[in-house]
Design a protein around this ligand. Structure first.
Ligand code: F6P
Length: 355
């Protein structure tokens, strides 16, 4: 078969591992011809391609980024954009598209599927917020990077009697924050799922310091919301999918905490460091399984499906279920975070808003 592959949205460790697995299985086991579309849906819309043969995918397994490059282009927002995509697909006699991306990229895949394009999707995002799958590849690498950063600022915070606020990515979900916060032993974890009050965070830190701890680590997800936030609302640009460009809440919180507590407070914004570099072994493994499953799903004509991890199995799930809502952090994980805090000595802020 002639199969097109694209990577859309923010880059993420493991994209190359998916491409490599799909290409190798496609060529060795299905005698496929594979074509890469460059820069996500922009490449499909504007007919930008590269051949994906064995040479093209040689040596890319441990490499971050994506050999196909990526963009946040949304053809549905351009006049005639979806029709242009269909035209390119027909021009190259493409019989199936493997769309590797998060909710934005897959929402376009679904629109094209509804217009008759044979599509199979692969869930990618460090945010881990796609429904229908237990894990997106890239998340594990981001969590490991964030945890390592928290470990490192821990020793500096302790040496200087400082509060350090670590801002992590995750958009509207707190997966990276809660995983890295628990794994890194943070004293306060703030996630978008639970709006917080700055005074409560300050009180929590004061109580902790009053019992003899002279430093604290606060992990905050970039999309966290301040309750009754009239004074601190953030003004930001939006991308083509309508998402606000986040970032900066960590600095704001650090400033306000220092004012309210008198403790020297610094902020560290991890930003794109979380998306760069080599994928962990877990992500290489997951990405490889997704790539193999995606090309097999193409040959099983599983159109409009996304390959997903359910327990320890990779299974096809309806794409429309995957993009229908953002998967948020559940109470089970919040309870784990809460279990680690001494109720008598000080509550985590997450707790203040869950009990
Ligand atoms: O969706 C992945 C992500 O890294 C989010 O966590 C973050 O909000 C966003 O992308 C940043 O996007 P950009 O790289 O376009 O600034």
């Amino acid at each position: 078969m002639r199969v097109g592959i694209l990577t859309g949205g923010g880059d993420c460790p493991g994209l190359n591992a998916v491409i490599r697995a799909a290409v190798r299985k496609g060529i060795f086991h299905h005698s496929d011809q594979l074509l890469g579309f460059l820069e996500g849906w922009r490449g499909v819309m504007d007919d930008m391609t590269m051949p994906l043969d064995l040479i093209a995918v040689a040596g890319i397994l441990p490499r971050g980024g994506t050999i196909l490059r990526t963009s946040r282009t949304n053809p549905a927002k351009k006049k005639g954009g979806l029709e242009a995509c269909i035209h390119t697909i027909q021009k190259h006699s493409i019989e199936a598209i493997i769309s590797i991306g998060g909710d934005d990229t897959q929402s376009v895949a679904l629109k094209l599927h509804d217009r008759g394009v044979p599509v199979v999707a692969v869930p990618k995002t460090i945010d881990n917020d796609l429904s229908g799958t237990d894990y997106c590849f890239g998340f594990d690498t981001a969590v490991n990077i964030a945890t390592d950063a928290i470990d490192r600022v821990h020793t500096t915070a302790e040496a200087h009697n400082r509060v350090i606020v670590v801002e992590v990515m995750g958009r509207d979900s707190g997966w990276i924050a809660i995983y890295s916060g628990i794994a890194g032993g943070a004293d306060v974890i703030l996630i978008p799922e639970r709006p917080f009050n700055i005074d409560d965070v300050a009180e929590t830190l004061k109580r902790r310091h009053a019992r003899g701890r002279y430093f604290s680590i606060v992990v905050i997800a970039e999309g966290s919301k301040i309750a009754n936030d009239e004074q601190f609302s953030q003004v930001s640009n939006r991308d083509e999918f309508g998402h606000v460009r986040l970032g900066g809440i960590g600095n704001l919180l650090a400033r306000e905490l220092e004012k309210r507590t008198g403790f020297e407070t610094r902020a560290v914004v991890l930003g794109h460091i979380q998306r760069g570099g080599s994928p962990t072994a877990f992500d290489r493994m997951l990405a490889t399984r997704y790539g193999v499953a995606a090309i097999d799903a193409v040959h099983d004509h599983q159109w409009g499906k996304m390959v997903a991890l359910k327990g320890s199995d990779i299974v096809p799930v309806p794409l429309k279920d995957a993009v229908s809502r953002t998967r948020l952090v559940g109470q089970d994980l919040i309870d784990v975070a809460l279990s680690l805090h001494d109720r008598a000595a000080g509550h985590s802020v997450v707790e203040n808003y869950t009990r």
